[in-house]
Write a protein that binds this ligand. Structure first.
Ligand SMILES: NC(=O)c1ccc[n+]([C@@H]2O[C@H](COP(=O)([O-])OP(=O)(O)OC[C@H]3O[C@@H](n4cnc5c(N)ncnc54)[C@H](O)[C@@H]3O)[C@@H](O)[C@H]2O)c1
Length: 259
């Protein structure tokens, strides 16, 4: 039986990249999907593709009133909200900290951190009305170490970890689980297109060749883990963090020469 029959799932940044993979998979497993995003054209195309049980709602995650409207749209269309995926995210143009202007810092923190905070805040009453559910926050392997020239992004994703743990403690008694996924390098526009204000993309200088599983991650790799965490199969998992990176954090898979 599909795992998400009669459930409603809101995915932020759901119109492309990993977000649209998540939307398609939840829908295929029976969910009503609410595609939250800022790209109305792509949102409409995805709704057309899915045909039924799908709704696009304009959702700029930086804006609390936009969140209220999205949660209201979910409950009005489908009767309840059961799962929130805080997926929307932006990266900074690479630069050392001493050359990072405060406007860039704030822009990245506003989407990646404040957006996630607002999502948890505004969706919580709806998840409670649904008598429980799940929140999954998408952070990054960059939330587990330092990465030169990505200070705003790294700091924002580290902070999502603290937010996840705190929300998990606050909401566990309401049967609302909160977890984080840390993707490695996943083949989406995020790595193939330069960040706003940048001229090079991550894919221009990153090669997966040295790592244990020598390929880029696919959005569906992350989707499968996400669906597990959002489902009742993960009923006893909250406040946890899951790395999905093909072994990137292990370091290079150097092999000794053997005779
Ligand atoms: N691709 C990777 O290698 C990688 C690695 C680790 C973590 N991540 C994280 O995964 C998530 C998804 O990224 P992706 O790889 O699909 O990249 P992507 O650039 O394809 O998608 C990001 C999405 O966020 C949306 N977005 C940006 N600002 C927004 C706002 N203010 N309000 C609402 N939506 C907004 C964009 O429209 C887009 O749909 C992000 O949180 C990103 O930080 C990506």
């Amino acid at each position: 039986m599909p795992r998400f029959d009669n459930q409603t799932v809101l995915v932020t940044g759901g119109t492309g990249g990993q977000g649209s993979s998540h939307v398609r998979a939840f829908h295929a497993e029976g969910a009503n999907v609410v595609i939250g995003g800022i790209d109305a054209e792509r949102g409409a195309a995805l709704v057309d593709e899915l045909g039924t049980r799908a709704l696009f709602t304009h959702l700029d995650v930086r804006d609390e009133s936009s969140w209220s409207a999205a949660v209201h749209a979910a409950e009005s269309a489908f009767g309840a909200l059961n799962v929130l995926v805080n997926n929307a995210g932006v990266q900074n143009p690479p630069a050392p900290i001493e050359q990072t202007d405060p406007a860039t810092w704030s822009r990245i923190l506003d989407v990646n951190l404040t957006g996630t905070f607002l999502g948890i805040k505004v969706a919580t009453p709806a998840l409670r009305r649904a008598v429980g559910g799940a929140i999954v926050n998408i952070a990054s392997t960059m939330a587990l170490g330092g990465t030169a020239h990505y200070a705003p992004y790294v700091a924002s994703k580290w902070a999502v970890r603290g937010l996840t743990r705190t929300a998990a403690l606050e909401l566990g008694r309401d049967n609302i689980r909160v977890n984080t996924i840390h993707p490695g390098v996943i083949a989406t526009p995020f790595i193939h297109e330069p960040a706003a204000g940048a001229t090079t993309a991550i894919a221009d200088f990153y090669s997966p060749a040295p790592f244990a599983i020598p390929r880029l991650g696919e959005p569906t790799d992350v989707t499968r883990l996400l669906l597990f965490l959002a489902s009742s199969d993960a009923a006893f998992i909250t406040g946890s963090e899951y790395v999905i990176d093909g072994g990137l954090l292990l370091g290079p898979a150097l092999q000794a020469e053997t005779a």
